[in-house]
Write a protein that binds this ligand. Structure first.
Ligand SMILES: CC(=O)SCCNC(=O)CCNC(=O)[C@H](O)C(C)(C)COP(=O)(O)OP(=O)(O)OC[C@H]1O[C@@H](n2cnc3c(N)ncnc32)[C@H](O)[C@@H]1OP(=O)(O)O
Ligand SMILES: CC(C)C(=O)C(=O)O
Ligand SMILES: [Mg+2]
Length: 520
């Protein structure tokens, strides 16, 4: 079967008709500028889309210009312009695509009773006449004409067959039977294609096309069902953007056919390694974020946080992934560290970050990591680094933090209740201060008397958000020498205390006059 230059095997080749620039752009808030449309069109052509629906030329001068420009620059794919069943629309679409290497006019008219009665206000017979007139007009302008029966899935099958037969007789080369309002189920949609193809006498002269909306979340399932029913073109959009709940997502259809080729033996011409790039290009062009858990291109599509899954992934990638990230243009699988992670992933993350810890240190760090992950939504590499660095640094500390409670706020005085472990002995102190940090440091000083002076106190967020880990740096100077200590914790007062103690421990280690046993 041939289709204006796109050679297809009726047996196994499915044409990908991308309507990101037309139906996708109809999605509220997804408008693209002229330049953005050209960029997206180039990307679609590069990735192997067969037909690019570039816009609706009668809609505005801007749309006409964009369709004309895309038609003029795309050398491989067919470029289509949409037109209502109105002479002026068809003329405008024909004008817009006339410079395309492979031009197509896509004209549509309603066929369902509810549309005929309330939107078109025409009888069935009047619409059949309109189909003949408009498809003929389009066919006189270009060889490649697609006709769509809008709201086909709510159209009685007898009338739908008459409309399809009329369109093919008038010269339509592609027949699209859209599920305009996302109402069909996969079984119904498959059966509709089968019935129309069997009952329409000239059906073999056209390629049948599916166009599904996602109102019930069935757009991709319906598109795949249509292929089983004989459709050999599917209309879809990058990221599934489109009117209301969107259109069928191109990336999902392409990968479903590829990954499950065992039960759906159909090919597309798409180079799937472009899918992620295309998703990002469209998302940024229309300022429309991709949901995190979106199939194929969502940022979680190849991310694992659960310990059991991470352990499985470390042992064998196919335990929890049915396609490789590389096959869709994603750099790599990511093992996200969080409260659900286990030791296997934690160890692997540390190795990746260049840390080799002994078993006890690892266990200690893992306990601290779990405690942190319980308090914090996102645990970043920097969090782990801060945690492990501190863990290593404090391995031989004589003075360790046991607990800290601080009373702060506008009513003062600020008060710190501190417990320290000094050489294995727990000692406690309460102190006031000019602010909570001063109170904490006074409590430390009372438990560990010293002559060092605070030369620097610096705090910054290691990661983002109000639950970020605060990393505090404290520099203590004594007799012209200085030591620096760091502490990290989501609680700034705790990290301040840790930083102070880290610096004091360094002074103790250097043999300075710090009375680490002072509490005795
Ligand atoms: C299912 C789909 O996605 S269909 C495509 C939807 N996309 C868009 O509508 C985006 C672009 N649209 C537009 O810019 C405008 O709606 C235009 C330029 C097409 C038309 O604008 P207006 O002339 O102001 O008409 P308006 O939008 O108010 O109403 C649509 C008219 O088209 C008619 N119409 C709708 N579909 C068709 C069709 N397939 N064939 C013929 N007429 C149609 C309606 O009956 C209505 O006609 P009426 O004014 O005689 O009642
Ligand atoms: C114009 C047609 C094909 C359409 O977008 C629909 O019916 O959803
Ligand atoms: Mg649509």
């Amino acid at each position: 079967m041939s289709n204006a230059g796109n050679t297809v095997s009726a047996k196994d080749r499915v044409l990908i008709f991308d309507t990101t620039l037309r139906d996708g752009e109809q999605c509220p808030g997804a408008t693209m500028t002229f330049e953005e449309k050209l960029e997206v069109a180039d990307m679609l052509d590069m990735m192997g889309v067969d037909i690019i629906e570039a816009g609706f030329p009668i809609a505005s001068d801007g749309d006409f210009e964009a369709v004309s420009a895309i038609a003029g620059r795309i050398k491989r794919a067919t470029v289509a312009g949409l037109a209502r069943a109105i002479s002026a629309d068809i003329a405008r679409a024909g004008e817009a695509v006339r410079h395309a290497a492979r031009p197509r006019i896509h004209t549509f008219v309603s066929t369902s009773p509810i549309h005929l009665q309330h939107q078109m206000r025409k009888s069935e017979e009047e619409v059949l006449e309109i189909i003949t007139r408009t498809v003929t007009q389009a066919r006189n302008l270009v060889e490649d004409v697609e006709w769509s029966g809008m709201d086909a899935t709510r159209t009685p099958i007898d009338y739908l067959c008459r409309a399809v037969e009329t369109a093919i007789k008038a010269g339509a080369t592609t027949i699209n039977l859209p599920d305009t309002v996302g109402y069909a189920t996969p079984d119904e949609y498959r059966a509709m294609f089968k019935a129309v193809r069997e009952r329409v006498p000239n059906a073999d002269r056209a390629i049948f096309s599916a166009h599904c909306h996602n109102d019930l979340g069935l757009a991709v399932a319906n598109s795949l069902a249509a292929i089983e029913g004989g459709a050999r073109q599917v209309e879809c959009t990058i990221n599934g953007i489109g009117e209301r709940a969107g259109n069928a997502a191109l990336e999902e259809i392409v990968m479903a056919l590829r990954v499950r080729g065992d039960v759906m033996p159909y090919d597309t011409g798409i180079d799937a390694t472009y899918l992620m790039r295309a998703s990002k290009a469209v998302s940024s062009a229309c300022s429309f974020p991709v949901q995190y858990n979106k199939a194929i291109v969502g940022r979680n599509a190849f991310a694992h946080e659960s310990g059991i899954h991470q352990d499985g992934m470390l042992k064998h990638q196919q335990t929890y992934e049915i396609m490789t990230p590389a096959s869709v243009g994603v750099t790599k699988t990511s093992l996200v560290m969080g409260k659900h992670s286990g030791r296997a992933a934690f160890r692997s993350k540390l190795t990746e970050m260049g840390y080799t810890l002994g078993d006890n240190q690892l266990e200690d760090a893992f306990t601290r990591f779990k405690a942190l992950a319980d308090r914090k939504k996102h645990v970043y590499d920097e969090d782990i680094e801060a945690l492990v660095d501190e863990n290593l640094a404090t391995a031989h500390d004589r003075v360790k933090l046991v607990s800290l409670t601080v009373i702060a706020g506008t009513r003062g005085p600020q008060r710190a209740m501190l417990k320290l472990d000094i050489d294995g002995r727990v000692v406690a102190e309460e102190a006031e201060g000019n602010g909570p940090i001063d109170a904490v440091f006074n409590a430390v000083k009372a438990l560990v008397p010293h002559e060092a002076v605070l030369e620097l106190y610096d705090v910054h967020a290691v990661t983002e958000g109000t639950d970020a880990q605060a990393e505090v740096t404290v520099r203590l100077g004594q007799n012209g020498a200085a030591v620096t200590g760091r502490g990290a914790d989501p609680d700034t007062l705790v990290s301040s205390c840790k930083a102070y103690l880290a610096a004091l421990n360094k002074l103790v280690a250097r043999g300075s006059r710090v009375h680490a046993q002072a509490a005795e």
